[in-house]
Design a protein around this ligand. Structure first.
Ligand code: ZN
Length: 313
């Protein structure tokens, strides 16, 4: 590099202008860091709010009676739909598109539930338990007639504990069936649970995707007395998870699925926010670099060529 006395005299001026440019750029670079920091703190708020939201649900689970369990699905065609007194069918007069008979008249279920029920009955037979479907799909009108009959017989309160108001029965989904011993012993009675067939049902229903929907001592949660005969198809994955995680009622399981979905959503939101922050940081760095180069070009525009080549490398 050639340095003449003339250059030397100019040097302090050049150095000052570079220093000035740097000083001008520096606060900009520092300023960029702080909005990113703010972004992080505002991002933290929604996720902590989501956690706070999930907590009361968990806490109120211990006092089941006044806790309304969340529905993971309200689609009456989904095996994971929650239907109970708090969650009527939508629409109330829903009827499944396809129904397949399991074993003769009055044993219709939606195709996949019917298929699973046939397998369950075959499985029982292999283990020496002859089972039969007593009742499966019931239409809205059928349920209405049934409920009115029970109400006349027992009064409204008791009728509501042993049968469902029309539009709130799982039988209307085509996903549920009342199953009993082929002998007819303890049909639709709690004593079924003490028979070998009832014990077989309780032990093996999950293998075929069914749950005993109204377990013993869960009236507060399900709204129904113990019905060891009422099986609900939820799919093998759900039935086995309930078994493994010791969740007695579908209400609890449904609530659990809703909490899981919330967690997953906030995880995704966090990931997206982190990606956005990273993109913002990269853009800020590109902008700063572009600005630096522009300023450098502006600074050196009037310099003689020899000075530019000496100082802009
Ligand atoms: Zn039933």
């Amino acid at each position: 590099m050639m340095t003449t006395p003339d250059t030397l005299r100019r040097l302090p001026a050049v150095a000052t202008s570079i220093a000035l440019a740097a000083a001008f750029l520096l606060p900009a670079a520092t300023a960029q860091a702080s909005p990113v920091g703010d972004l992080q703190s505002t991002q933290a708020t929604p996720s902590s709010a989501a956690t706070a939201e999930a907590t009361p649900g968990k806490n109120s689970k211990s006092s089941t009676s006044d806790h309304q369990y969340a529905a993971y699905s309200t689609d009456p065609a989904s095996p994971l739909v929650l239907v109970n007194k708090d969650h009527p069918l939508q629409p109330r007069d829903y009827a499944p598109k396809d129904l397949v008979s399991v074993s003769g008249n009055g044993t219709e279920m939606v195709p996949r539930a019917a298929k699973a029920m046939k397998k369950l009955i075959a499985g029982g037979a292999r283990d020496g338990q002859r089972l039969t479907v007593i009742s499966a799909y019931r239409s809205y009108d059928h349920q209405l007639a049934l409920f009115q009959r029970y109400t006349r017989k027992y009064g409204k309160d008791y009728a509501a504990r042993i049968s469902a108001k029309p539009g709130t029965s799982e039988h209307q989904l085509g996903l549920s069936a009342d199953v009993g011993a082929a002998s007819g012993q303890c049909a639709l009675k709690a004593c079924l649970a003490d028979l070998p067939s009832g014990k077989w049902i309780a032990a093996h229903a999950a293998d075929y995707g069914f749950i005993v929907r109204y377990p013993q001592d869960e009236h507060e949660t399900t709204g129904y007395n113990f019905e060891p005969w009422h099986l609900r198809y939820v799919g093998t994955k759900a039935a086995q998870r309930m078994d493994q995680q010791d969740m007695a009622t579908f209400e609890e399981y449904s609530d659990h699925l809703v909490a899981d979905r919330k967690k997953q959503k906030s995880k995704t939101a966090k990931k997206e926010a982190a990606a956005e922050r990273q993109a913002a940081r990269e853009k800020a760095a590109r902008d700063a670099e572009w600005e630096r180069q522009e300023r450098r070009a502006e600074e050196t525009r009037w310099w003689p060529d020899w000075a530019r080549s000496a100082f802009t490398e």
